[in-house]
Write a protein of this length. Structure first.
Length: 203
């Protein structure tokens, strides 16, 4: 998993509440177990007409937001059904951070396991960040996970808090497999002893 320490990128304003996982990645695309290639269909029903043409009113179809790395969204982002494809699709598009006042629990947890930082802020701070992102001339934000703060183009920095264990995992780029592999020496030692004590298990 790619580390997340600090990014400076274009922030796309999505001033909508209850953006659910079916909007992020429609169920039609859940048949794959590959984590790549889903960026082209992220927000598919919001981004495209049935004939495949773009909907010009959708924010990610507009400049400069086509290259957004950050989303500033309304309350309850990632609600709906549980699907890890949602953060996969966001990440494949290029999104590394989502900022909102609240997230659905499963989506929130899945973000950390896939290298995306979900940042929870107050309604007042969200309104300020939404205004920053809506400024097409200067829509960049800097999100610093080490310092746990967001630097705005104009205005005071916004502080946020992340659970320390999740923060460390993102800073080091550790997903569940990475955490397990940190104990590879103990795993190897256990298997070597088990081969010696219970060799029939390895026949």
């Amino acid at each position: 998993m790619e580390k997340f320490t600090k990014i400076t990128g274009i922030a796309a304003p999505m001033n909508m509440i209850n953006i659910d996982t079916d909007q992020i990645i429609p169920k039609l695309h859940l048949r794959t177990i590959k984590r790549t290639g889903l960026g082209k269909v992220v927000f598919e029903e919001l981004r495209f007409n049935t004939d495949g043409s773009e909907k010009p009113e959708f924010i990610l179809n507009q400049e400069p937001y086509r290259k957004a790395q950050i989303i500033v969204a309304g309350d309850n982002f990632g609600c709906g059904s549980s699907r890890e494809h949602a953060p996969w699709a966001l990440l494949d598009f290029g999104i590394r951070c989502v900022i909102s006042t609240s997230f659905a629990d499963i989506f929130y947890n899945n973000c950390f396991k896939n290298g995306i930082l979900p940042v929870t802020v107050s309604k007042k701070d969200l309104d300020a960040l939404m205004a920053d992102a809506s400024d097409r001339e200067h829509p960049e934000l800097t999100v610093d996970l080490e310092k746990q703060e967001i630097t705005r183009p104009n205005g005071p920095k916004v502080k946020f808090k992340v659970d320390e264990f999740r923060r460390e995992c993102l800073l080091k780029g550790l997903d569940d497999i990475g955490l397990t592999m940190q104990k590879s020496a103990k795993i190897d030692a256990f298997e070597a002893k088990q081969r010696q004590d219970q060799p029939w298990l390895y026949r």
